[in-house]
Structure formats: C-alpha cells, structure tokens
Design a protein around this ligand. Structure first.
Ligand code: FMN
Length: 361
C-alpha cells in the first residue's frame, strides 16, 4: 500500500500528499480544508500574518475540517543589507522603478519602513494554535522552539534545497525534511549557500537526501500529475508536496487571471529571478523580469518587494500582466484539474494504478 508511509503514520493522514503553503496572501482556509478533507495535508502560509491573524485563521480551518493541517512560517524575513535604505539608496531605487510607476500612473512608495520582527510572536501563536505540522522555510527554528513543538505534539517539517541543508535540519532535531527541487514554483528557500548555488533538481535531490538523513523526506518541485508523485515515492520520498497544482485550483486565493495563465501555454516557460522580492523565485517570464534581469537591479529582501508590491498591484488593476508577477513551477503544463478534490482524486487513483500495474507490460 503506497499510501502508508512514515509521514502518514506520523501525521495521521490517509495519503502522503501535501498541499504546499503559499505566502503573499495566496493561501486560503477553503483550500486547506478541501485537501485535508480529501485525505491529504492542507497547509496555510502564515508568514505575512500577525499572531492574532494566525489564531483566527486556525479557528476558520478548524470550522471546516477536523483533519490534520499544517501552518507555515518563514524563519528569516530579512536578508543581509535588507534592513533599510539611506536617502541616497532610496533615491537610486526610485529612479530605477520610476518609469514603471509613470507607466502605471502611480506614486513611488515612500522610504521603506523599519522592519518589525514578527517571527517570535508568530511562533508563539503557532504553538498555541497546535497545528499537526509546523512547516517552515529559510532557516531552522531555535532548539527551544523545536523542543516546545515536540512537547505540544506538533511535527516540524523544514525545507532543504541541498543535502547539506537537509543534514543541518536533521542535526537540529527537526522531525521531517522537505527536499525541494529547483522546478518548484515560488521562492527557493535556501539558507546555507546562495539560492543560485543551490539549484538541484527534484530527481537527484530526493534520493540524495533520503540517503543522507534518517528522518522522513517529503519531495517537492515539478510534480503535476500521478506520474511525478509515483516517481518521487519511488525515489524514496515518504510524501510529496505540490504547490502550483493547488494554486491553480478555484479554492486558492489567487486571481482567475493567474489560474488561467497557469493552464495556458504561457506556463510552458518559467524563470527563476530575484526581480520581484530580492529573493530567488520561479514565475512566468515577462517584460519587468527581463528588464530587471538585464541590469541585475536587485535590492536585498525585503527591500525589492517594498518597491515592487505596489507596482504589481497597480499592474493587475491596469491590465498589464507584463509588469505583474505570476508564480508557477515547471510542472504547470501537466495540470488538468481546477478543484482541489479533483486534483487529490486524480493523484490518488493515478498513483494506485501505477503501483498496481503488473510488471513487464
Ligand atoms: C505562489 C507560491 C507561494 C509560495 N509560498 C510559500 C511559503 O510561503 N512557504 C513555503 O514553505 N512554501 C511556499 N511555496 C512553495 C510551495 O509550498 C511548494 O513547496 C512548491 O510550490 C512545490 O513545487 P511545485 O510548485 O512545483 O508543485 C510557494 C509556492 C508558490 C507557487
């Protein structure tokens, strides 16, 4: 029975399939509940929520499912040099973005606000909320937080983009590791070397991580149908995490335009770039990304996002997709379904068929 793995046993779910969390407001409680109710593990990306919002989202999820679910945080939310800008730095950033602000008829944002550290309060709220799983990216929570999760019965799942990161997570006492290949949509959550130096594909990464650590391994990146899931399980994964496939569903909190683009031939091509946030992420290519890449105009995270977030919103409003960001992974062209229950049904039936197929046929 392919369904029964170390991951499903530890978390208490029917199928080893996780709906990946989405930051940036793309998660929805409806999507989490749909996936958890279908026997998978729904996840809510909470890195941009306050402590109170985390508690209220948890209540909303529990109102629609009594099944296990995951809450997700970013351990680090400021890169080196990303704390703030002096006047000269601000002026030169505005100068770079001004043609786009002019094109969209908008004002440049003011001086970036001082960073307010939310992570500590978010972790407190998360432990109080007691999700079945605390998944995280961009680092490793403190030993104290990991110990408190253990006492609270919360399983921890940390993202790795390399074998070295997977080993570091295991050594710190994290319960399970997400091996995420560079095919994945969204940000590259590397935390030891630069993301550009940590671009391993899912196919080589998963078996290497499986060989290197003793804790359960979850594979992510590039899976769009049952063949990818069966392949990842065959490579040694104890579970899989799909993001783009669920982002494309009606229950996610993205726009219809984004969903349609994921199902369009536009998604045949995706790029990795720091253009929108200052951290490397995969999305659909467009004029803005090409321009920023040409001159490598990247401010450290989260400063780049400070200047591009209002620009993206204005671009969407003005119907200018060439300036807006649309996240997607390399598996997008494989996608067929627009409801989370249909994605789950196709994956579980498909994997069962693949593993039940007699050999030599
Ligand atoms: C729009 C978007 C936002 C994401 N935000 C987060 C996040 O906040 N935290 C996280 O751990 N993973 C995040 N991810 C990664 C997904 O949870 C998942 O691991 C990844 O999408 C899997 O690769 P796939 O897109 O090829 O299926 C995000 C992915 C996308 C597409």
């Amino acid at each position: 029975m392919w369904q029964k793995t170390r991951f499903t046993e530890a978390v208490g779910i029917q199928y080893p399939i996780i709906q990946g969390p989405f930051g940036g407001g793309f998660s929805s409680t409806e999507l989490v509940a749909a996936v958890s109710n279908a026997g998978g593990l729904g996840s809510f990306g909470a890195h941009n929520l306050s402590a109170d919002e985390i508690l209220s989202v948890t209540q909303q999820i529990r109102a629609t499912t009594d099944k296990p679910f995951a809450l997700n945080l970013w351990v680090s939310v400021v890169d080196e040099g990303g704390e703030g800008l002096d006047e000269a730095g601000y002026q030169s950033a505005v100068e770079f973005f001004q043609p786009y602000y002019d094109e969209l008829g908008m004002q440049a944002p003011g001086m970036p606000k001082d960073h307010v550290e939310q992570y500590e309060a978010q972790v407190e709220a998360l432990i109080a909320a007691r999700p079945a799983v605390f998944s995280f990216v961009f680092g490793i929570p403190s030993a104290e937080v990991l110990a408190r999760c253990r006492i609270a019965g919360i399983k921890t799942l940390g993202a790795a983009t390399t074998v070295a990161e997977a080993k570091a997570l295991e050594a710190a006492g994290v319960d399970m590791v997400l091996a995420t290949g560079f095919e994945a949509g969204g940000h590259r959550p590397s935390f030891i070397k630069r993301a550009e130096e940590s671009l391993v594909g899912t196919l080589p990464l998963v078996p290497q991580v499986r060989d290197a650590v003793g804790i359960p391994v979850v594979a992510a990146g590039g899976m769009g149908d049952a063949r990818g899931v069966a392949a990842a399980l065959t490579l040694g994964a104890d579970a899989v995490q799909l993001g783009t496939a669920f982002l494309a569903c009606a229950e996610s909190n993205t726009t219809d335009q984004h969903r349609d683009l994921i199902f369009d031939t536009a998604a045949d091509e995706t790029v990795l770039s720091r253009a929108y946030t200052g951290r490397l992420a995969r999305f659909l290519p467009n004029r803005f990304v090409a321009d920023v890449e040409r001159v490598k105009a990247f401010l450290p995270f989260p400063l780049q996002a400070w200047f591009t977030t209002p620009l993206k919103k204005a671009a969407l409003k003005a119907g200018k997709p060439e300036l807006a960001s649309f996240y997607a992974g390399q598996g997008a062209p494989l996608l067929k379904y627009r409801r989370a229950a249909d994605v789950m049904g196709a994956l579980t039936d498909g994997v069962t068929q693949i593993f039940n197929k007699p050999t030599n046929t």
